[in-house]
Write a protein that binds this ligand. Structure first.
Ligand code: NAD
Length: 484
């Protein structure tokens, strides 16, 4: 069967790539080949940069409310195509259709938040810093920015960035994950109809060659990266050599701590969606469950009971709670971690391997999995599994929990479940993670807040979303005036 090689979107036009190398894109629920991604060449990437550069001066001079009107149109069109966008996302990424809808709700919220740029981009001024002399800051757009996106949120992640970037007057290039190009293709098909000036928003598919070209070109000014920490760190170093701006959101190992005074009935559903939502392929997914003191036995039983009831299947079927892993490679990686857990002496309480999903023998499925008797030294307790696995560690008190959390290099998110305000306050004060949940399992900041992250989960200073995004995409120019 021949399938389409997806096209790049450059200067307001769909352009066939001439790249010899392509990557196969599979529907992870069925194993069916659904598209091919071109590994775009340096020349093609340079064309996109040239288009974005050429569009910059005019776009920058376009009144801010006109720019925002474009964002509003895109927002409305995404709303009108909500179901189709969500289905495309599930088809290529695998997550349950309700999770895809949730992702598109967030995508639209990012656009809604970016329509506030007329206020968010306002500078400030002070009169009479000396007699008759005024000083002001103007927040100016800088030029051509780009993002490098991961496979797990193919619809939403680019909108953490480009709506803010173009809203304040920059031009932009999206580099989707080669594993899941179709959601971005669908979005750009919609955007193509809406009259956004040519060159303002472009898309180049591919891998290292395209990314390196974007980094090295003298005509780009900054990068937003979301993906694994080793790749992120590599690219952060590289772009630093060129003196450009970068915000790099990396991987994670998120610890969820349950205190003896937690409300178990309400805690368990939050834990389950945290570990099993999106089949565990979230940078905010639960990574380790720390059961403190006497809660350990009842918690283990309640989590096991709930996990057994979690439904697994083709994400396009309504009611399915958990879809497949997004790729065969991702599935094999998780299976490798389950093997490692067994080898290192953990006890497999619930085994999701070999789960039977009727009608889909070729899909990349792993069911809910739980490991008990885990220690902080085991690889399943230290590394990002990116799959539906709950490693449980029994700790004696909060201090021991925090010690384990701080020994881990990542610092994306962490949650505590407790009825005590004092414990909650201590947790938010002490724990080194960028997003803290108090009786919340998935700490996903809404579009007006920075998408935080610390330690090896983030390299840079200004984060994605909200005011941070506007500051990242603008340069402060100070003007001091005196009129004679
Ligand atoms: P990845 O690092 O493999 O790929 C991310 C992007 O980098 C892709 O677009 C890919 O084409 C590109 N890339 C990969 N290797 C490259 C290289 N050598 N040179 C240049 N570009 C390269 O990540 P992934 O597997 O797509 O995504 C999963 C990871 O993303 C997980 O670690 C997850 O925690 C993380 N993530 C983090 C956040 C966050 O906000 N912190 C959000 C989502 C995902």
């Amino acid at each position: 069967m021949t399938v389409e090689v997806v096209k790049n979107y450059i200067n307001g036009k769909w352009v066939e790539s001439k790249a010899k190398e392509t990557r196969d894109v599979f529907n992870p629920a069925t194993g069916e080949l659904i598209a091919k991604t071109p590994m775009s060449t340096k020349e093609e990437t340079l064309e996109a940069i040239a288009a974005a550069k050429a569009a910059f001066d005019r776009w920058r001079a376009t009144p801010v409310f006109t720019r925002v009107r474009h964002l509003n149109r895109i927002r409305d069109a995404f709303e009108e195509n909500f179901e189709e966008l969500s289905k495309t996302l599930t088809m290529e990424q695998g997550k349950a259709i309700d999770e895809a809808r949730g992702e598109y709700r967030r995508t639209i919220e990012n656009l809604e938040c970016a329509t506030s740029v007329p206020s968010l981009q306002m500078g400030y001024n002070t009169e009479d810093i000396a007699a008759g002399i005024d000083e002001m800051v103007i927040k100016q757009p800088i030029g051509v920015f780009f993002c490098v996106a991961p496979f797990n949120f193919p619809g939403m992640v680019p909108t953490w960035f480009w709506p803010f970037a173009i809203g304040v007057g920059n031009t932009y290039i999206v580099k989707p994950s080669e594993q899941v190009p179709l959601s971005q293709v669908k979005q750009f098909e919609i955007i193509h109809e809406l009259g956004l000036p040519r060159g303002v928003l472009n898309m180049v598919h591919g891998g290292p060659e395209a990314v390196n070209t974007l980094i090295e070109s003298p005509d780009t000014v900054g990068m937003s990266f979301v993906g694994s920490s080793p790749v992120g760190k590599l690219l952060y170093k590289k772009i630093g050599e060129f003196g450009k701006r970068a915000q790099v959101q990396g991987g994670a190992k998120n610890f969820l701590t349950v205190m003896p005074d937690a409300d178990l009935e309400r805690t368990v559903p939050a834990l389950i969606t945290s570990f099993y939502g999106c089949s565990g392929q979230r940078c905010l997914a639960g990574g380790v469950l720390l059961a403190v003191g006497d809660i350990y036995e009842p918690l283990k039983k309640a989590v096991l009971d709930a996990a057994k009831k979690y439904s697994v299947g083709n994400g396009l079927e309504e009611g399915v709670q958990m879809g497949p892993l997004a790729s065969k490679r991702g599935m094999e990686n998780v299976l490798g971690y389950i093997e490692a857990g067994l080898k290192e002496g953990a006890e497999l309480l619930l085994d999701g391997r070999g789960i039977d999903v009727p009608g889909h023998p070729e899909g990349y499925y792993i069911g809910p999995t739980i490991f008990d008797k885990v220690t902080s030294k085991m690889s399943i307790a230290k590394e990002e599994i990116f799959g539906p696995v709950i490693p449980i560690i029994h700790v004696k008190d909060l201090d021991e929990a925090i010690e384990i959390i701080h020994a881990n290099p990542y610092g994306n998110a962490s949650s505590v479940f407790t009825s005590s305000g004092k414990i909650a306050r201590d947790y938010q004060y002490k724990v080194k993670a960028g997003n803290i949940g108090i009786n919340i399992g998935v700490v996903a900041p809404i579009a007006t807040f920075p998408f935080s992250g610390m330690k090896d989960s983030f390299f840079g200073d200004l984060h994605g979303q909200g005011q941070d995004a506007v500051d990242f995409f603008t340069e402060n120019k100070v003007v001091i005036t005196r009129w004679f």
